[in-house]
Design a protein around this ligand. Structure first.
Ligand code: AMP
Ligand code: GLY
Length: 416
C-alpha cells in the first residue's frame, strides 16, 4: 500500500513511524513533513492547505491512502478535494470537521445527540458576554468560536481578563467550568462504525504543576491507571457513537479520527471539546501502544469497511512523551537554533525522538523551526519505566533557550 501523510508535526512523525513499521506499507510519503519525518518517509514541499496541490501529489504518487494530520487542511476542505478525485482519504469533510472548527457547531451537535457537555452560551455582543459571565461566575471559561491552535481558550478567575478575551473574539462560547481530571479519547470511524483507541492524558499548561498559559500540549501518557476501566465503553456509548450518528443523520457523515476531550467531573463525564483529527501529543503515546498495523485500519475507515476490522491489539505496557518547546513558546517562538544530541537520545532503549518544528539549515544541521520542536517518546513496562526512559533521552538533547515540563505522568506513575 502506498500512503501519503499530510502535515509536518510530531503527530505526523508518529503516524509515519507507525506506518513505516507496517509490513503492508510499500511506499511512504509526507507533505510537507519535517527533518525527522524525512528519515522515514519521502517528503514533498507541498502546501498542506492547498487541496488541488495535495490531490495532484496523491495522484502522481498513485497513493492508495491519504492521511490528513492537522485540523487546518481538514477545515479548508482538503479531504473533500481528495474524495472528489476518488482518492481514499482518512480525515473528515470540511462540513464534518466543523465539529472542531466551530465550538458553537459542536455544542449544537452535542445538544441534538444528547451528549453530556458544559452548559454554555454563544455570544456576539458585549451585553450577551456580560450576561453569560455573570450567569456562570468564576472561574470563567471563554472560548473563541473558531480555530485557534489550542490558544483560543481562556480559563481564569479574573473577570476583566475573561471579558477582554471575549470581546476580542467575533463569536465566543462562554461556558460552565468543569472540574476534574481531563482525558483524551480518540476513535477511528468510517461514519458509522466507531472504534475507540486507548485513552491518554495531555498536559496543556506550559509549566510544571499546570501553571502558565495554555499550549497545544506539553506532554502525554497512556494508559491511565487511575481511570475507571469502564470509561472507554461509557464514552463510546454516551459520546462517540451518538455524535457520529448525529452527523450521519444530518447528511454530513464524519469519517476519520474523532477526538473527544473529556472532563471526569464529580457529576460524570463531560465533553470539553471535540477535535476532528489525532491529538498532538497524545497520538505519540497512543500509537506507541498500538500493536495492530495501522495502515489497514485507516484504509478501512477511509473506505467504509471498519465493521470488518478485527478488535485492535494493544501492548500491556505504557508510553510517555515529553515536548521540548522553543524559547518563548506559546508566545512567538524563537527559531533557527541548532539541536544537538539527537543521535545520543536515540541510543536510549525504548525511546525515540519525534520531530515537530524542525528543519535542516544550509549546512544540513537540524534546527528549530516552530514552537513545539520535538516530542521525546518512550515505552516501558509501566509509566514509571517509560518516564525514566523519556527523560533520560531528553536530557541528552541540547537546544538553546528551550523548555519542557519535568512532571509529565509523574502523579500517574506514582499512583499506578
Ligand atoms: P479546548 O481548546 O476546548 O480543549 O480548551 C483548552 C483547555 O481549556 C482544556 O484542555 C481545559 O484544560 C480548559 N477548558 C476548556 N473548557 C473548560 C471548561 N468548561 N471547564 C474547565 N476547563 C476547561
Ligand atoms: N493535545 C491537544 C490537541 O491535540 O488539540
Amino acid at each position: 500500500m502506498k500512503v501519503l501523510v499530510i502535515g509536518g508535526g510530531a503527530r505526523e512523525h508518529a503516524l509515519c513511524r507507525s506506518l513505516s513499521l507496517d509490513p503492508d506499507v510499500t511506499a511512504l510519503h509526507c507533505a510537507p513533513g519535517n527533518a525527522g519525518i524525512a528519515e522515514v518517509a519521502q517528503v514533498h514541499p507541498v502546501d498542506a492547505l492547498d487541496g488541488a496541490a495535495v490531490a495532484e501529489l496523491a495522484t502522481s504518487l498513485r497513493a492508495d491512502l491519504v492521511v490528513v494530520g492537522p485540523e487546518a487542511p481538514l477545515v479548508a476542505g482538503v479531504a473533500d478535494v481528495l474524495r472528489e478525485r476518488g482518492v481514499p482519504v482518512f480525515g473528515p469533510s470540511a462540513e464534518a470537521a466543523l465539529l472542531e472548527g466551530s465550538k458553537a457547531f459542536a455544542k449544537d451537535v452535542m445538544a441534538a445527540a444528547n451528549v453530556p457537555t458544559a452548559r454554555s452560551y454563544v455570544c456576539t455582543t458585549p451585553a450577551e458576554i456580560d450576561a453569560a459571565l455573570d450567569a456562570f461566575g468564576a472561574p470563567y471559561v471563554v472560548k473563541d468560536d473558531g480555530l485557534a491552535a489550542g490558544k483560543g481558550v481562556v480559563v481564569t478567575a479574573d473577570l476583566a481578563a475573561a471579558r477582554e478575551h471575549a470581546l476580542a473574539c467575533d463569536r465566543v462560547v462562554i461556558e460552565e467550568f468543569l472540574d476534574g481530571p481531563e482525558v483524551s479519547l480518540f476513535a477511528i470511524t468510517d461514519g458509522e462504525t466507531v472504534v475507540p483507541l486507548q485513552p491518554a492524558q495531555d498536559f496543556k499548561r506550559a509549566l510544571d504543576a499546570d501553571e502558565g498559559p495554555n499550549t497545544g500540549g506539553m506532554g502525554a501518557y497512556s494508559p491511565l491507571p487511575w481511570a475507571d476501566p469502564e470509561l472507554v465503553d461509557e464514552v463510546l456509548r454516551t459520546v462517540l457513537q451518538p455524535t457520529v450518528d448525529e452527523l450521519r443523520r444530518r447528511g454530513t457523515p464524519f469519517s476519520g479520527l474523532l477526538y473527544a476531550g473529556l472532563a471526569i467531573t464529580s457529576r460524570g463525564v463531560r465533553v470539553i471539546e471535540f477535535n476532528a483529527r489525532f491529538g498532538d501529543p497524545e497520538t505519540q503515546v497512543v500509537l506507541a501502544r498500538l500493536k495492530t498495523p495501522l495502515a489497514g485500519v485507516l484504509l478501512n475507515a477511509a473506505t467504509g469497511n471498519l465493521a470488518a476490522e478485527p478488535p485492535l491489539r494493544w501492548s500491556e505496557g505504557a508510553a510517555v512523551t515529553v515536548v521540548v518547546a522553543s524559547h518563548n513558546y506559546p508566545g512567538t517562538p524563537r527559531t533557527g537554533d541548532v539541536i544537538e544530541g539527537l543521535a545520543q537520545a536515540a541510543e536510549v532503549e525504548r525511546a525515540y525522538v519525534l520531530h515537530a518544528g524542525t528543519a535542516h539549515d544550509a549546512d544540513g544541521r537540524v534546527v528549530s523551526a516552530g514552537g513545539r520542536v520535538l516530542s521525546v517518546t518512550a515505552t516501558g513496562d509501566d509509566l514509571a519505566d517509560a518516564r525514566t526512559q523519556a527523560y533520560e533521552a531528553l536530557s541528552r538533547i541540547r537546544l538553546d533557550g528551550s523548555h519542557h515540563r519535568t512532571d509529565i505522568a509523574e502523579k500517574a506513575a506514582a499512583s499506578a
